[in-house]
Design a protein around this ligand. Sequence first.
Ligand code: ADP
Ligand code: GN1
Ligand code: MG
Length: 365
Amino acid sequence: MRADIKNIVRHFRVPGELVGFSECKTGHINSTFFVTFRTAGAETKYVLQKINTYVFKDPERLMSNIVGVTEYLRRVIEKEGGDPERGTLRFIPCDDGQHFCRDSNGGCWRMYKLIDDVLTYQLAESTELFREVGFAFGDFQRKLAGYDTSTLHETIPDFHNTKKRYSTFERVVTECTSERRIIAAAEIDFIRERRDKCSYIVDEIAAGRLPVRVTHNDTKLNNILIDKTTGRAVCIIDLDTVMPGSALYDFGDSIRFGASSALEDEADLDKVYFRADMYEAFAEGFIKGAGGALTEREISLLPMGAYIITLETGMRFLTDYLEGDVYFRTEYEGHNLTRARNQLKLVYDFETRFDEFRSITEEFM
Ligand code: ADP
Ligand code: GN1
Ligand code: MG
């Protein structure tokens, strides 16, 4: 048993004795472990996570957001007759009442109940599944529509400010002295040619043409738990980036990951394109799930959300490649470049098929 895990779980108020753990490697940011505790008659599983403090600089504020949002969701789910123990995460307090603790090296850890009998997907297996996922992410925004946004901290400032992401990208390109800049020359040019696109959503929000809502901001398919038996969406997880944002971000990030024909790091670009059937299924679910709250302008701009968030993510992977892989967890040399090329292929594909995606979206207006 890893000593750091054994030591850290002692700080959390959980009954019983730690009898096992395994690591889950699907996320790119935090380190996630499934841990099992045994009491006299039963075993209970929890998720233990080491928060990535390079990414999340202020764990106290981060956890205050998450505890606030999950408690609010619990009340909404109860009121609507659902099961809050499966419908949202339950965080475990530490001995000092806080919802995270530090190890001897300053590392930050949190713990919450594992939700059983669920699956997470890296690729959408069917349109039914992806429609269900769309509904759940739309419904998440609906449930949080009354949340007091003034209490939410910006856990990563300018997270989806694509315009600022572009400025960072330019700075990193300029400062990069490694051969990676030469290797990635074509991708750098590709992004530079699309510089003007990066301002679109930011400008729409600033002009008051797009409303600001409480959004998830990281709506990847593997951030939703799906019931193993029924195939229904159970719980939206990975709440670190729940902040005020645009519905276009949540729609866009889901599409760029889940409506792709291939994994996010598929290197054979001939296999990478957007699936219109998946796009349609998600759009239907998302718009219905939002419960009529989306404005006509928001719906008409959903394709722009998919396009810009895909461009933004490609740019973020490339920026990290040029910076030496400091942000996203990588598994091999050049992993971030592979991811960037994959996303930029999707950007190119979307550009050539914009009208198709616009017409599909209009079916639901
Ligand atoms: P990251 O920020 O690194 O993406 P996540 O919070 O998304 O971390 O967790 C990583 C993975 O752990 C998820 O994709 C999911 O498979 C699994 N997981 C997280 N929370 C739970 C939970 N409460 N019950 C079951 N599985 C979970
Ligand atoms: C990260 O944490 P995870 O793996 O769900 C990232 C997202 C990116 C995604 C790309 C906090 O998501 O913004 O879109 O990787 N999360 C953060 O796969 O930066
Ligand atoms: Mg995740």
